[in-house]
Design a protein around this ligand. Sequence first.
Ligand code: MAN
Length: 360
Amino acid sequence: MKDLAQRFDENPILKPSDLRPSVEGLEVTCLLNPGVFRFQGKVWLLVRVAERPVQIPGRTSFPILSPDGRLEVLEFDSSDPRLDLSDPRVISFDGQDYLTTLSHLRLLSSDDGIHFSEPADSKPFMGSGELETYGIEDCRVTQIGETYNLTYTQVSSNGVGVGLRTTTNWKNFDHVGMIFPPHNKDCAIFEEQIGGKYYALHRPSSPELGGNYIWLAESPDLIHWGQHRCLAHSRDGYWDDARVGAGAAPIRTAQGWLEIYHGATKENRYCLGALLLDLDEPWRVLARSETPIMEPSTQYELEGFFGQVIFTNGHLVDGDRITMYYGAADSVICGAHLSISSILASLDSNLTKKAQGAKA
Ligand code: MAN
C-alpha cells in the first residue's frame, strides 16, 4: 500500500541547531516527538529536547538530574568493557541502564503551523522528583474543556512510567504525578468522555510473557485508572512485529475512533498505521492497517541519531484533514498532512481477529 502522507515541503521544520541548550555546557543533540495543541489563536508544539555534553573522543558522558533538580554529568571511558553502547539511545554500564541523553520539553508557537519559534518568556519543562531523574519524553496533549492534560514518559532508575501534568493557562501547572507505573508509556487520553467515563490508550510492556501491546483503561477522574483491556498486539510477520504504541488522542469519526499508532519491527524500523475503535465501546477494534500508512522514506527519516524512525504523538484536525507533526530519525521535527477518509478507506475491516493481534 502506498504511503498516505503529504510531507511538508519545508521539512524538517525544526532541527537541533534551532534551539539553545537549556544550560551552558550541554548541546541539543536531538529534537523529537512533539505534543500539539491550539491556544490563543496559535499552533503550539511541546517538543522533546534531548541534550548531552559535547562528546570528547574516547569518553562517554551524559547528564542525569538529582531528585532535587540538580544536573549531574556521568562520564565513562568508552573502551571500558563493562560499557555497552550498542544502542545509541541507551547506555548499559555494569548491568545498570542509563539514557545517552537527558530530555526535557520546550514550548514553541507558530501562526502558520510551519514556522515555529520559542516565545522569549517561555521556560523549559524539566523533569522533577525521583521519578524523572533521567528526564521526561514524548508528551501527548489532550484538551478537555478548558484543561490541557499532558501525559508524558517519566524516566528514572525506578523505571519508565506515565506522568500527568495539567494546566489551563500554560503558566501554572498541577503536577498530578504518575498515573501508569512502570513499565508503561505512549499514553493518549481521549478528548471526550464515553458513557460518563474518561478513557486512555496506554502501552505496558510484559516482555517475558506477552509483549509491547496497546491497552485501554477507564477512569472517573483522569487520576485513577482501571478496567484494563488489551486492544492490539504486535503481529508476527507484519510491519509492527515487535512493538506498538498509541500516538495522540484518538480522532472521532462517524465510523469510530481513529487512532494513528506507531509500530516497530524487531530491527527498530518505526512506521505509522491506524486502528479504528467502536465509538461507544472503544475496547472493540473494528479495523487495523495491514500495511503502514506512512513509512520512513526521505533522507531525514532514514538517517539521523536513530535512523528509520517516524514517531508521532501530536496532530491537529480540520474537517477531513489531519496536520500531523512527527519526529524523524529521532533527530528533527517534521510535518505532514493526511486525509481521514483516505486512512479509513485503507483499513481492512474484515480483520477484527487479526486486528487484535490474535495468532492465526
Ligand atoms: C521509543 C521511544 C521514542 C523514540 C522511539 C524510536 O519508542 O523512546 O521516543 O522515538 O523509541 O527510538
